[in-house]
Design a binder for this molecule. Structure first.
Ligand code: 5GP
Length: 193
């Protein structure tokens, strides 16, 4: 998606060879119009899959996920990283290791929002090693629901995420693929280093 790629190149700040900061439009301040267009693209790609729910993880996945939910005309569900005291009925849970925070947290969703007939489209902001997306997929499996695909805004293709997701049988669509962050430079897949 050209508009997202341009934004990543213009606004992205290379933190080190593995981490890109995109606080200007995605992870802190949010470009709502861009998120809306991203939601539209995912809908065009997966409209035939009879999606019944968009699933993401708090917090940064919520903006693109809710815009996608608008286009699919389905609810947006997000996994929580801490169990609120108000959640006292049944819930699904799994552990997810955060690449950027280097810490493992238990993520949960209430059982009442996922059922076996749900067809779930998972969305996340970044794909690194696939931990978050695989964790969300495990929650879908616990509910005996179906994951129809995974939509990623920024895939770091030099990490293992895509391979791991595809090995799990998941259909992955990423809108911007980064080939390298070496030399303090963002090189997209297909661009010359
Ligand atoms: P994974 O679970 O695929 O290993 O990593 C993806 C998750 O970690 C995303 O939910 C995202 O929040 C975070 N993440 C991974 N790499 C980056 C990065 O380079 N920049 C930012 N801002 N977040 C990242």
């Amino acid at each position: 998606m050209e508009r997202l790629k341009n934004k990543v190149i213009e606004d992205g700040v290379v933190i080190d060879e593995k981490i890109l900061k995109v606080d200007g439009f995605l992870n802190h301040q949010i470009d709502a119009e861009l998120m809306h267009e991203i939601g539209k693209v995912f809908h065009e790609q997966f409209a035939h899959e009879n999606v019944t729910k968009i699933l993401t993880i708090e917090a940064s996945g919520i903006a693109p996920a809710i815009m996608a939910a608008l286009h699919f005309d389905v609810p947006c569900l997000f996994a929580k990283k801490a169990k609120p005291s108000t959640l006292n009925k049944g819930f699904y849970q799994t552990d997810v290791h955060s690449f950027t925070k280097n810490k493992t947290s238990t993520v949960i969703i209430s059982e009442e929002f996922l059922s076996p007939d749900d067809r779930v489209f998972i969305i996340d902001d970044f794909l690194a090693n696939g931990e978050a997306a695989l964790g969300l997929h495990r929650l879908v499996q616990q509910a005996n629901a179906t994951t129809v695909g995974v939509g990623i805004l920024v895939e770091k293709s030099f990490q293992q995420g895509r391979t791991r997701l595809e090995e799990a049988g998941l259909n992955v669509s990423s809108l911007c693929q980064i080939g390298s962050l070496k030399g303090n430079k963002i090189t997209l897949v297909g661009d010359q280093a």
